[in-house]
Write a protein that binds this ligand. Structure first.
Ligand code: NAD
Length: 504
């Protein structure tokens, strides 16, 4: 196992365009230095636009996880004893560094994930917004205190838990870690982050920048790998709480495993988001917004529109969405699919829906981008999808919009309510009454009115319902802070001569 102190120059990512660029091999980040995985195993980090490896990433086992946890455990007493006002300075400096390196972070993200530069910029800016939320927490979370009786005072403080862990997915390698780190670190915890092995560079860069921002070594560690590293984290007796973001299948497994060990866990899963469009919807706004929701990040986001529920005669809006989809230039307006097996999965959903009687209104199968031999599917619209087809109820996680036609708003709401998921739902209408009627009846944690991606902006918290989230509370906002802390209640008497009982 080798250990390397970072030389920042070595980790500069020079690309400022989509041309293929090789990068470094990615190692674990433990105690403020890089360490190769003990197993000696690694896997390729592939640029999805080109299909070529940028470098490799280590595949960690229990020994690596234990080394990271031990480092975080040793750093905990010092970080916990650091006052809030000093901890937050690290986040302020981190914000400045992310802004300094914005272009580099965006291009690196685009290369490892396959999304466009504009989408990458949106992600990094949102990550910075999450960081800003962390910066404001010390001004928001001062616990209440009250003289509850004569001479008796009650107060509450939110105490850190110790060593915490976060496991994150491939589709937002820079933003999703920032759903967890600001709240967890501000609270005084130390942390072990496990990025997706497909896109480890975003977390690696964040670790380097946090060090430059003055975060003490050991407070943030990064362990790379797949399932064995996650299981080792969940099982580790010194991990006190775990945040997870990924598919529903794995979220359920991780939540079950952590809960069986009596651990605090919050596990966000997949989605099947319904956008309901009624005839009085604004044509331009609805068609542009539905298309943007379905195709940004190539549909690989948990907030993407995947079902458009067309209520009554909204043919003009369907035509509008189709026109937007056909006008997109693949490779410029929409990025690549994460890997070949995802291309095959998405293609299979389209093939099967077509075989079952759906109309392929816009067909992205077999799309290519000249000079970019990676993984592509163009924007796709399946019309006349019936509610029992897998394309209307399973998560496809690609640029496929399934249109289900219904006669009434109540039928649209019933369809949305039938979904096992509950991440997001939206209504497109120019009637306030219709909007309110729908939102009150959607079975989803994040609802939109004429908004296709109703991600709550900070300080509002992010989190779905049903099979889109296992555990209590939301992952961001003040809820996130509560998740990574435990309240200590103190009842104190300092009026020593009082003849009153504490109940008086
Ligand atoms: P994934 O579930 O395959 O992987 C997520 C993380 O879990 C990765 O770090 C991976 O290494 C690890 N992992 C994979 N298999 C595992 C196993 N068997 N046991 C333990 N750990 C395992 O998800 P993904 O493909 O990286 O991301 C896409 C999914 O994430 C989609 O379903 C998407 O909807 C979901 N997602 C949800 C949200 C949300 O906020 N609800 C946000 C982003 C992505």
């Amino acid at each position: 196992m080798t250990e390397t102190s970072p030389d920042p120059a070595q980790f500069r990512f020079p690309a400022r365009g989509y041309a293929f660029q090789k990068y470094v091999d990615c190692h674990n980040w433990i105690d403020g230095a890089f360490r190769e995985a003990a197993s000696g195993e690694n896997t390729a980090v592939v640029n999805p636009r080109h299909g070529w490896p940028m470098g490799t990433v280590g595949m960690s086992d229990r020994a690596d996880v234990d080394a990271a946890v031990q480092s975080a455990k040793a750093a905990f007493p010092g970080w916990r004893a650091t006052p809030y006002k000093e901890r937050v300075q690290v986040l302020y400096r981190m914000k400045q560094l992310m802004e300094r390196d914005l272009e580099e972070l965006c291009w690196l993200l685009s290369h490892e994930n396959g999304k466009t530069y504009a989408e990458s910029k949106g992600e990094v800016l949102k990550a910075i917004e999450c960081l800003e939320m962390g910066c404001s927490l010390p001004n928001m979370i001062g616990g209440p205190q009250l003289d509850v009786s004569r001479g008796i005072n009650c107060s509450v403080t939110h105490e850190p838990l110790g060593v915490c862990a976060g496991v994150v997915p491939f589709n937002f390698p820079t933003m999703v870690p920032m759903w967890m780190l600001p709240q967890a670190l501000i609270a005084g915890n130390t942390f072990v982050l496990k990025p997706s092995e497909q896109v480890p560079y975003g977390a690696m860069k964040l670790a380097l920048l946090f060090k430059e921002a003055g975060l003490p070594d050991g407070v943030l560690n990064v362990v790379n790998g797949g399932r064995p590293s996650v299981e080792a984290l969940v099982d580790h007796p010194d991990i006190k709480a775990l945040g997870f973001v990924g598919s529903t299948r794995v979220a359920k497994l991780v939540y079950g495993r952590a809960s069986a060990l009596g651990k605090r866990a919050l596990c966000l899963g997949g989605a099947k988001n319904h956008l309901v469009v009624v005839p009085d919807a604004d044509l331009e706004l609805a068609s542009a917004t539905v298309a943007a929701s379905a195709y940004a990040c190539a549909g690989q986001r948990c907030m993407a529109a995947s079902v458009m529920v067309a209520v009554g005669d909204v043919q003009h809006i369907i035509d509008g969405v189709a026109a937007k989809a056909r006008a997109m230039t693949l490779g410029q307006d929409m990025g690549a699919i994460t890997n070949q097996s995802a291309v095959e999965r998405i293609t299979r959903y389209i093939d099967e829906a077509e075989k079952a009687g759906a109309t392929v209104l816009v067909d992205g199968r077999g799309a290519e981008v000249p000079g970019n031999p990676g993984y592509w599917i163009g924007p796709t619209i399946l019309d006349n999808v019936s509610p029992d087809m897998p394309a209307s109820c399973e998560e496809i996680f690609g640029p496929v919009l399934s249109i289900v036609r219904v006669r009434t708003l109540d039928q649209a709401i019933a369809l949305e309510n039938k979904s096992a998921y509950g991440n997001a739902a939206a209504i497109f209408t120019t009637s306030g009454g219709t909007a309110r009627y729908a939102v009150e009846r959607f079975d989803a944690g994040m609802c939109g009115v004429n908004v296709g991606v109703p991600v709550p902006r900070e300080p509002f918290a992010f989190g779905g319902w049903n099979d889109s989230k296992f555990g209590h509370g939301d992952i961001t906002g003040v809820d996130g802070f509560r998740f990574w802390t435990r309240p200590r209640k103190v009842t104190a008497r300092w009026e020593l001569s009082s003849d009153a009982t504490w109940m008086s």
